[in-house]
Design a protein around this ligand. Structure first.
Ligand code: CU
Length: 186
């Protein structure tokens, strides 16, 4: 009897573990699907929001992609391109239109000593933002939020001294995928 009960207990444990795996698998699929498909920019390249009149020198930082790889968050052909790439010191207004299918953002950091793209990516796919000078990560609004939705624009105004800065996107794995550019302030 003891042995039979033990076997039944094992069977119950196996069934419970199986259900738990199923649930975990379903949750993962839902999460990945959500990351890949929401919010989707159905009209790649279309921008629905225009920034207001902003002070200082304007730098447009275009962010985009061609979607995300299945079962991973790494973006495909993610780009971050600033124009112009050199501005005078003082107030700089960054305008960030997102023409991709994924959420993006702009974080302004001092350029690393080893050059652009050399920051360490953590296990969460993000970099250390503690030296951030400012951020544009809201949809059709100024300042810091959860990211700029596909087809929208974010912006922010920062006072920058002379130096070199790295403009980057810190959505998970986007910096590692190449979303950075250099801004020289003279
Ligand atoms: Cu990004």
């Amino acid at each position: 009897m003891t042995q039979a009960t033990g076997h039944r207990g094992l069977l119950v444990a196996a069934v419970v573990a199986g259900v738990a795996l199923l649930v975990a698998g379903t949750t993962t699929v839902v999460l990945v699907d959500r990351n890949n498909s929401t919010p989707v920019n159905n009209a790649f390249g279309a921008i629905s929001c225009t920034e207001p009149s902003l002070p200082g020198t304007t730098v447009t930082v275009r962010v985009g992609d061609s979607g995300a790889m299945m079962m991973a968050q790494a973006p495909i052909r993610a780009t971050l391109v600033a124009s112009p790439t050199s501005v005078p010191a003082g107030r700089v207004s960054f305008v960030v239109p997102n023409t991709g299918a994924l959420v993006h953002e702009l974080v302004v950091l001092p350029l690393p000593a080893d050059g652009p793209g050399t920051r360490t990516t953590g296990t969460d796919g993000k970099i250390d933002e503690s030296a951030s000078r400012g951020e544009a990560s809201r949809s059709c609004a100024s300042g810091t939020g959860d990211g700029i939705a596909p087809g929208s624009t974010g912006w922010t105004t920062i006072t920058l001294g002379p130096g070199r800065y790295e403009l980057m996107c810190d959505q998970p794995w986007h910096y590692a995928a190449g979303m950075f550019d250099v801004l020289t302030v003279t």
